[in-house]
Design a protein. Structure first.
Length: 224
């Protein structure tokens, strides 16, 4: 039987990914207590997606990287860093905040030479160079093939433009090659939308009539 451990659990309307940095504002009494205890014990906690109806079974451990600000009423602004992925085996409601018994998991398959991953990685790096003004934690032009498909996929999915449901699907995937391909497809759409936005902003200073080619691209984006 897979070994389980008990962890503090923080259900949120967002998804944390491995190696992803996430700022959190802690204001509810139960979570102020939870975070204070985690800080005192140097202990991580789990973040799991709550979609308004149910708590998803797969989540990600969060290590408190920094306390950015403490307020007089004991609220806190913190920065967390994503760690291991886990699956909830049992929810426990014995304390003011929720806990869960979980087991950890990782990618199940090794990368196959038939996956054409070198080409996918190259495509990803080229797309990342077109994402302006976003810190992804590394310089794509400096890495080449030194970053693993696993790291690259989670780095891409941490960017703005990925919806919680989309990130949740990526979090749950255990094939590094399939996950990276899915992330590259999504990143292609994000880059295309950003390019269209820039084109439209340029036209605001012109006659206000976008070319038909741009209109067709907008229609294609809306269909996706």
């Amino acid at each position: 039987m897979t070994q389980t451990i008990k962890i503090p659990l923080f259900p949120l309307g967002l998804v944390l990914l491995p190696d992803m940095r996430l700022p959190l504002h802690i204001f509810e009494e139960r979570y102020k207590q939870m975070i204070s205890e985690c800080l005192a014990d140097h202990r991580p906690f789990g973040i799991v997606l709550f979609d308004g109806q149910s708590i998803h079974a797969v989540g990600c451990m969060a290590r408190i990287d920094a306390v950015i600000k403490r307020y007089e009423d004991s609220r806190m602004d913190i920065m967390v860093l994503g760690g291991e992925r886990f699956v909830i085996r049992e929810l426990i409601e014995e304390r003011a905040y929720m806990e869960a018994r979980v087991f950890f998991f990782d990618d199940a398959e090794k990368v196959s030479p038939d996956d054409n991953l070198e080409e996918v990685v190259e495509t990803a790096m080229n797309l990342l160079k077109e994402v302006d003004g976003i810190d992804i934690g590394f310089d794509p032009s400096d890495l080449g093939s030194r970053i693993s498909p696993k790291q690259l996929s989670f780095a891409i999915a941490s960017l703005e433009g990925f919806a919680p449901a989309e990130r949740q699907g990526i979090l749950e995937m255990t094939s590094p090659s399939e996950r990276l391909k899915k992330c590259v497809q999504a990143l292609s759409r994000i880059v295309a939308r950003n390019r269209l936005t820039r084109e439209i902003q340029k036209m605001i200073g012109g006659n206000g009539h976008p070319p038909r080619s741009i209109l067709r691209e907008i229609e294609d984006q809306l269909k996706e």
